[in-house]
Design a protein around this ligand. Structure first.
Ligand SMILES: NC(=O)c1ccc[n+]([C@@H]2O[C@H](COP(=O)([O-])OP(=O)(O)OC[C@H]3O[C@@H](n4cnc5c(N)ncnc54)[C@H](O)[C@@H]3O)[C@@H](O)[C@H]2O)c1
Length: 255
């Protein structure tokens, strides 16, 4: 019911979690705008879902502003903004070039900031709107071997929980999504420094994007502040909450 007849913008909607959320939103009766930097995949995805496609680079504020302005103009409002586009950077800090730090912050952090900067004034004017930022369990727990990515996702969690408290007085909701490992092409497109992921990929307990999307949207409909999804994601974040020293010890032994 929460999504029926709503207007939802999903960045990174051409692939993986964004594509699965777009599909589920269409099933639930939303008008969906799949927004992505990958034009070909985005157009194919949107056509197959019965959604619209908008070419966007979330690292560019003007591009995100155009997405928000044109969507609002065409549909009269935006109900949901899913700031979901993101990339991964893998490797120890020793092996991570500074340009990879900049790239992951440009997309994962500035991408979210741009979505907020573009849509928040509109949402304040409307008196409603729900911002849903995709972080990761890497934004909640220590992640050796993923420090740059994890830092970007900690920033997204901090932005989201703080903004939620500020935005409530305007009638605006803010949620942050923290998935564990989800079977998407994210690692195929990642910068991987100083190691190979072949054996790790086989050991990862991947969750499926469609089931993740269902759980995320149930959390959004309930206006949950932090939506932790995947079974292993829940176990790890609980462990970190209840026994942070043990978690630090365990993760310090990972390579
Ligand atoms: N897959 C996982 O295990 C996992 C776990 C936790 C969090 N996440 C997060 O979920 C989100 C989606 O990741 P995914 O796994 O579906 O990855 P994915 O690679 O399948 O999809 C990411 C999408 O974002 C798009 N994108 C990348 N840069 C962009 C830019 N500058 N502007 C617009 N679009 C851009 C890509 O073209 C792609 O369609 C990311 O924020 C990611 O960090 C993923």
């Amino acid at each position: 019911m929460a999504f029926h007849g709503s207007v939802a913008v999903v960045t990174g909607g051409a692939s993986g979690i964004g594509l699965a959320m777009s599909r589920r939103l269409v099933e639930l009766g939303a008008k969906v705008i799949v927004a992505d930097i990958n034009q070909e995949a985005g157009e194919v995805a949107a056509a197959s879902l019965g959604a619209e496609f908008f070419l966007v680079d979330v690292s560019d504020l003007a591009s995100v502003q155009a997405l928000v302005d044109e969507t609002a103009q065409q549909h009269g409002r935006i109900d949901y903004l899913f700031n979901n586009a993101g990339i991964a950077i893998v490797g120890s800090v020793r092996d991570t070039p500074v340009n990879d730090w900049y790239r992951v912050f440009d997309i994962n952090v500035r991408g979210v900031v741009h979505g907020i900067d573009a849509a928040y004034p509109l949402f304040i004017k409307q008196g409603f709107g729900h911002i849903v930022n995709t972080a990761s369990i890497a934004g909640l727990i220590p992640c050796p071997g993923l420090v740059a990515y994890s830092a970007s996702k900690h920033a997204v969690v901090g932005i989201s929980t703080g903004l939620r408290a500020e935005a409530a007085k305007h009638g605006i909701k803010v949620s942050v999504v923290c998935p564990g490992f989800v079977r998407t092409p994210i690692l195929d497109n990642a910068s991987v420094n100083g190691r190979s992921l072949d054996s790790a990929k086989k050991k990862i307990p991947w969750a499926e994007p469609d089931e993740v999307a269902r759980e995320v949207l149930r959390g959004v409909a309930r206006n949950k502040p932090v939506i932790v999804v995947t079974r292993h994601g829940k176990v790890l974040t609980q462990l970190h909450r209840l026994a942070p020293a043990a978690m630090r010890w365990a993760t310090s032994r990972l390579r």
